[in-house]
Ligand binder design. Sequence first.
Ligand code: ADE
Length: 231
Amino acid sequence: MRIDVFTLFPHSFDWFAEQRHVRNAAAAGLELVALDLRETTPLRAGQVDDTPYGGGAGMVLRVDVVEAALRERYGDDAARVRDTRRVIALAAGGRPFDDALASELAASLLDGRDMTLLCGRYEGFDERVHEQLASDVVSIGRYVLSGGELAAMVVCDAVVRKLPGALGHEESVVEESFSDALGGAPEYPHYTRPVEWRGHRVPEVLLSGNHAEIAAWRRARSAERGTLGPA
Ligand code: ADE
């Protein structure tokens, strides 16, 4: 399984790659590689962007720069790379990222379809990157980041933790917020010691040892949170 991230700041992924669950996934066969778009640019002096046609502020990442990076890495017609891999361009206006898409991407990795993440900077990519080179355009929320790197890490993190062996305890991804097991609702509340803090006690049912009642209580709290909307 391979995740390639194309970025102008490959070192920004060093910290992420060192995280425990990513190292666990690496030990189980995941290869996460960050590649520098500047290293393969066909333009002089490491140029990767240009001014927008029609005018306006900011710079736009060029489609020929992304094409060259994909061709160099995959040795293929860059427009065909998406036939065999998920090629995901990160952009504020893309498809909203959620648990269902994270599960879909994890399943597609496990199925042998590797993943490529394209991180934009400045005003983002030339639209032809989205249309002709990417299989998906994904947004992590309706706000604008300075680049796609944090968004790529969010996507990677949510996907990698669903891979077998990434977390120590497999059941923790099955019954977590927004999962099918909870009908897409947020997770139920958790408590640990002390049993009483400033007069606030842990709900008695959780101390009862009655697993059926605990499961029913958790499902009810989760469903409640799902209908309340965001806290
Ligand atoms: N690039 C800039 N903003 C972004 C966002 N919200 N999601 C994904 N990529 C982005």
